[in-house]
Design a protein around this ligand. Structure first.
Ligand SMILES: [Zn+2]
Length: 405
């Protein structure tokens, strides 16, 4: 019989697979024993109250297991709290949005002061060439940085190779890892990393949405090096294979681990290259290779940073829709006003935050990114802290504890 800690971790994985039968997509990636997955599919959806009882028993077992260190207990305990919350939502319990996000992700979202968006608009106004409304000027700017997938393809492999070398030099990337890129259509996201196990990923790029030459390095860093693919391949090699912890044979879409994963992905390029180095790379290699000689890399970088701040518009939109019960038309108007979205993009964004799984997920990007920002600012040595995030079962609570003197 396996040791008691392994049995608990296996129960965790099997419960997650059972939840997937009610919530397709809940298990974002699974690379554990194939027979566990086959069995859960053959069994089909089990009664939710039965799963809730198993989750409660599992939570109690995690608290009592004598062989767990504090970090593993914290990680598994919070992942199971998230599962219990997903089960409550599946049972139809109406949870307020803040409570839902707190229990699922171990972060507490708050309303973002709109003056931050006004300030971002003011800076965009300074950065963009003069013209009509800010919205129009931004649209024209976006057109000027558009690139087709075919044009981008040779650049994508050059960028990937450089990011891989930089990641390899800083972090314990397994030898056999690699990923492949695929253009896809009909997806709600811009790009997605599908981790396949054994250090392999497939990164999908959605070609329905315009690609921007200024985003290529950020996207490949986010999905690949040193973002999602890097984190999962390191955790598979270290935590699953070397340390024999079965809970790392999957990733759950609504769980505290997502905040750490998105934090890592959002910061991935900045941990590899300073802002000056990123600007120089775009000016000297990325823009000229594609013939985008009209672009000023310093200005493009500044615009990109301001646009990131407008990412929090999504958080407020979720509050408006789910807490203040505004209509979809009103929330779409909010995306257009503060996020400077086109009407069609704004409608898509409302659709995305209406989905029961995505509506809480959108908070992971901003909160993950800010948590890591705070960590690196307070502690210095970003590479060393980033290594801990890539190699240990970290939760947002643990990062907050590191920050507390
Ligand atoms: Zn991501």
């Amino acid at each position: 019989m396996p040791p008691s800690d392994t049995i608990i971790a296996q129960r965790f994985v099997q419960l997650a697979l059972a939840l997937e039968q009610h919530l397709p997509g809940y298990v974002d990636t699974y690379f554990g024993p194939p027979e566990w997955k086959e069995q859960s599919i053959a069994t089909g959806p089990r009664p939710i109250d039965q799963l809730a009882q198993e989750a409660a028993d599992l939570a109690a077992a995690i608290k009592q297991e004598p062989t767990f260190d504090d970090q593993r207990r914290d990680y598994l305990g919070r992942q199971v709290t998230a599962m219990q919350t997903s089960l409550r939502l599946l049972q139809g319990e109406p949870l307020p949005l803040v409570e839902e996000v707190t229990l699922l992700y171990d972060i507490t979202p708050t309303w973002v002061d709109e003056r931050e968006f006004d300030e971002a608009h003011r800076r965009l106004d300074e950065l963009l060439p003069p013209g009509d409304s800010l919205f129009e000027r931004l649209s024209q700017h976006k057109q000027s940085i558009e690139i087709t997938y075919a044009q981008a393809e040779p650049l994508l492999s050059i960028i990937t190779e450089r990011l891989r070398q930089l990641t390899r030099a800083r972090f314990p990337l397994p030898d056999e890892e690699s990923f492949e890129l695929y253009p896809v259509t009909n997806q709600p996201w811009r790009a997605y990393n599908w981790y396949l196990g054994h250090g392999q990923s497939r990164i999908d790029i959605n070609t329905d949405l315009p690609l921007h030459i200024t985003d290529l390095a950020t996207t490949l860093a986010h999905e690949g090096y040193a973002g999602h693919h890097t984190e999962l391949s390191i955790k598979e090699a270290r935590l699953l294979q070397a340390q024999g912890r079965p809970e790392h044979c999957l990733a759950l879409i609504n769980s505290p681990a997502c905040v750490v994963a998105e934090g890592i992905a959002v910061q991935a390029l900045d941990v590899l290259l300073s802002e000056e180095e990123q600007i120089r790379w775009h000016a000297e290699e990325i823009f000229p290779r594609a013939g985008y000689l009209h672009l000023d890399a310093v200005r493009e970088h500044a615009i990109d940073r301001v646009m990131r701040e407008l990412g929090s518009v999504w958080d407020n939109a979720a509050f408006l829709l789910h807490e203040q019960h505004q209509s979809t038309a009103e929330v779409s108007a909010y995306f257009q006003r503060y996020g400077l979205h086109r009407e069609s993009e704004a409608d898509k964004a409302v659709e995305f935050i209406s989905d029961p799984v995505s509506r809480s997920y959108i908070f992971t990007y901003g909160y993950g990114g800010k948590l890591l920002d705070a960590l690196f600012a307070a502690k210095g040595n970003a590479v060393q802290w980033f290594t801990r995030l890539l190699t240990e079962p970290v939760t947002p609570s643990q990062i907050r504890a590191w920050l507390t003197p």
